[in-house]
Design a protein around this ligand. Structure first.
Ligand code: NAP
Length: 453
């Protein structure tokens, strides 16, 4: 295969490898294509299935958020773009090997792992990080075998962000409320058979400091079989302190929503969601497995939580902590240990090496926040290259063939997608395949031979 002139006269395309086919990767690919630079863009992902957090992170009942994958698919179908799924950078090939072969390498690897919960007992059975727990219910192959033991009447969820609220909602909703979701089968069985009645949402600071977006918080007030409960004594009358008008409005809106939640549970509903603020986790209680959570009451000093010395306990068999994310190091890429992200100057890591998304900024912002990162990296590549020098995909394919890596193309993903959609229960968008072997088996079974064109 030649990587010679293709798209325009004698200009040789700039070869770009994007590592990670989630929102950061796809927004970057789209912006690079639009930048006017003649390019070939290859998206490389560890899974045969593209879209990263859209498939494995966004809650299964928030299908409208997943709609952005249709725009990503249009990007993947552009003639200059190829998808190499089931190829793990760091296992099948290194960043250095990519840099030898591509003019530009963009890291869009996200933050797939849980930040540690640094309290005594956090290693006990029954304590799960949200990255793993969400990956489990979303059918991510890496977390499919988490197999959480949900034989408990009470669950504590630590954290006051949207991930914590996603977990609470998925545990609180009825099978009917989840019918139009793509909740993985194994998780639906476990969650809907579990005797969970009380879900505690634990915030170390107050309701005005919670990071929930209002749409997500409001949804908790309208659940079919779960009362959202608040102790009015924990709600301040007004939002105080220095902040932007926008932040003040967001906080006021959340307070108003919380005020509308009930003080006592609706007897007609089986489950209860308790918002517990000003409570700092101190220890996981129990012998081998979790039997409760010990907390210290806090008060605010300059918006920070300060312990008051008063402790209390919540009996529970499961704790899920949603306190942020981290990532493993990647050989050849410097990491800023304090920020937890790759070290970069506004996305520039080294010559021809860039970073976008959570791997650049840390784990904050919504899906669309990645668009600005994509626009910036496209500008940077445009400024750095007018002509390609390195062979890009031709050399990648030789390397993958030498190493016997079975990569999945975008057409392969479309076959997996079609198989999932065809197997969907009534009303659901798909029935997810949750093992890489099963995804590859779909490709083996495809009547037309698999060709990587
Ligand atoms: P987040 O919004 O940063 O929330 C993390 C929460 O964990 C905060 O409440 C934080 O409290 C708490 N926390 C951190 N360390 C703690 C500790 N040691 N003990 C107790 N609490 C602790 O992060 P996230 O929920 O993981 O979400 C990540 C990003 O994805 C966010 O930008 C979020 O909006 C986005 N997201 C969006 C959606 C959606 O739009 N539907 C869904 C999921 C995620 P402090 O504030 O006191 O530090």
């Amino acid at each position: 295969m030649s990587a010679g002139p293709r798209a325009s006269g004698s200009v040789r395309p700039v070869s770009v490898a994007i590592v990670g086919a989630g929102p950061g990767g796809f927004y970057s690919a789209a912006a690079i294509l639009k930048s006017g630079v003649v390019v070939e863009v290859d998206l490389i992902d560890a899974l045969p299935t593209p879209f990263g957090l859209i498939r494995g992170g966004v809650a299964p009942d928030h299908q409208s958020t997943k709609g952005v994958s249709r725009a990503f698919a249009r990007t993947a179908e552009q003639p200059q773009v190829r998808y190499y799924g089931n190829v793990e950078v760091g296992r099948d090939l290194s960043v250095a090997e990519l840099r030898e072969r591509y003019d530009a390498v963009v890291l869009a690897t996200g933050m797939p792992l849980d930040r540690k919960l640094a309290i005594p007992g956090a290693e006990r059975a029954g304590v799960y990080g949200a990255a793993a727990f969400v990956g489990w219910y979303n059918g991510h192959p890496e977390f499919r075998d988490l197999d959480p033991d949900l034989e408990t009447s009470a669950v504590c969820i630590i954290g006051n962000g949207n991930v914590a609220i996603d977990v609470a909602r998925v545990l609180a909703k009825t099978p009917a409320e989840m019918a139009a979701s793509d909740l993985a089968d194994h998780a639906a069985e476990a969650i809907h058979a579990a005797p969970i009645r009380d879900i505690y949402m634990i915030g170390r600071r107050g309701p005005a400091q919670a990071k929930f977006t209002n749409k997500e918080l409001s949804e908790m007030g309208g659940l079919e079989d779960c009362s959202a409960l608040i102790d009015p004594a924990q709600l301040p009358q007004t939002v105080s302190g220095e902040m932007s008008d926008r932040d003040r409005r967001v906080r006021e809106k959340n307070l108003a929503t919380l005020r509308d939640f009930a003080v006592t549970p609706d007897p007609a509903k089986r489950k209860r969601l308790h918002f517990v603020f000003f409570a700092k986790p101190e220890a996981i209680l129990g012998e081998a497995r979790c039997q409760g959570l010990r907390l210290e009451r806090t008060r605010l000093e300059d918006d920070r939580a300060v312990g008051t010395g008063e402790v209390f306990e919540i009996p529970c068999g499961v704790v899920v902590f949603a306190v942020g994310y981290r990532m493993d190091p990647l050989e050849g890429v410097p990491k800023d240990e304090r920020a937890g992200a790759f070290e970069s100057r506004d996305g520039r890591v080294a010559e021809g090496l860039y970073v976008v998304g959570w791997a650049k900024r840390g784990p904050s912002g919504v899906i669309g926040t990645n668009k600005a990162d994509g626009d910036l990296v496209a500008e940077q590549i445009q400024a750095d290259f007018s002509n390609g020098h390195k062979p890009g995909r031709a050399a990648l394919e030789i390397l993958l063939a030498e190493r016997d890596v079975r990569w999945a193309s975008f057409a392969d993903w479309q076959r997996i997608d079609a198989a999932e959609v065809a197997a969907a229960p009534a009303g659901a968008p798909r029935r997810k395949l949750i093992r890489i072997e099963d995804m590859l088996a779909v490709l083996d079974r495809a009547s037309d031979p698999v060709t990587h064109t």
